[in-house]
Design a protein around this ligand. Structure first.
Ligand SMILES: Nc1ncnc2c1ncn2[C@@H]1O[C@H](COP(=O)(O)OP(=O)(O)OP(=O)(O)O)[C@@H](O)[C@H]1O
Length: 279
């Protein structure tokens, strides 16, 4: 039996710059990594295609500048994508390339179908709202109006991410980095999205805090059976979380497969270096 992917990404492209005769033609262009030295255009994401299946964690790993964050920002509509198609297996948008939808329809997807956890909590949280207020805001944006059920769900979510309820009225700017990431995760889950994006969520945290946030993500994945795309430059993070993985370099996919397989038998020279650096 073939399962239908919850998310299908096809030939995604993102360029910064207009391009020039030297680089406009995909087949004949020659770039320095992802950069055209003739006109300065950066080809940040090039011809990226993959499927995400229900309940699966897909890892995206690559060095700084490989295009991971740009791709995630494009999928979450934070940045405009230059080309390609994205399909979500949901009745509201079935068979529609969601990149071409109106801003209202994209808002619907961000509110109901996607959750996002950013590396920098400042991008995902309103630091002057209370923690419970941050979660409530997301539910209200999605049309929630029943105050007592919004409050009850916010509390349940904060408990789920191990934020003590006695601190729920505090602003997240007073919290440690690990706690801020927990509040972001709770907020991202507030409307029960089937797809969660996680962008370098443990980068910059102390090792012990990293481990507890990663444990939390695993626990959420087990409990909610949510599909996740986890972006990290750190193969150790991907190894801990992802069933399947994609390795990116200079904006393109250079290797993909089961994470265990990639770790055991890396094919590309760059992946081999990544794997050996874990030893
Ligand atoms: N606004 C921009 N203008 C020009 N180039 C950009 C812009 N934003 C990103 N880039 C370039 O796009 C490429 C991909 O960057 P991106 O941030 O997606 O990589 P990354 O793999 O997520 O790395 P990092 O983890 O360091 O953010 C890089 O070459 C970067 O310099």
């Amino acid at each position: 039996m073939h399962e239908t992917p919850i998310l299908r990404v096809r030939n995604l492209e993102k360029q910064f710059g207009q391009g020039c005769p030297d680089c406009k033609d995909k087949e004949s262009r020659s770039l320095e990594k992802n950069y055209c030295s003739a006109c300065g255009t950066v080809y940040a994401v090039r011809d990226v295609s993959f499927d995400l299946f229900p309940g699966e964690v897909l890892g995206i790993v690559g060095e700084s500048g490989s295009g991971k964050s740009t791709m995630l920002q494009g999928l979450y509509f934070d940045a405009e994508i230059t080309g390609g198609e994205v399909y979500i297996d949901h009745p509201a948008v079935l068979d529609k390339n969601v990149l071409e939808l109106s801003s209202q329809q994209k808002r619907y997807i961000r509110n109901y179908l996607y959750g996002m956890v950013y590396q920098n909590p400042v991008h995902g949280l309103k630091m002057k709202f209370s923690s419970v207020g941050n979660i409530a805001e997301k539910m209200i944006a999605a049309g929630g109006r029943n105050v007592s059920s919004i409050e009850a769900r916010s509390k349940t979510l904060l408990e789920k991410v191990h934020i003590p309820l006695r601190r729920m009225k505090e602003e997240p700017r007073n919290f440690s980095g690990g706690m801020q990431q927990r509040v972001q995760i709770a907020k991202a889950l507030s409307n029960n999205p089937p797809i969660l994006f996680l962008d370098e969520v443990t980068t910059g945290l102390d090792l012990s805090v990293q481990a507890s946030v990663l444990d939390l993500i695993k626990q959420i994945q087990r409990d909610l059976h949510i599909s996740m795309i986890v972006v990290s430059h750190d193969l150790a993070v991907i190894r801990m979380l992802a069933d399947r993985s994609i390795v990116m370099l200079n904006g393109t996919i250079i290797e993909k497969g089961l994470t265990d397989q990639i770790l055991e038998d890396p094919q590309h020279e760059y992946t081999q270096q990544l794997v050996y650096s874990l030893l």
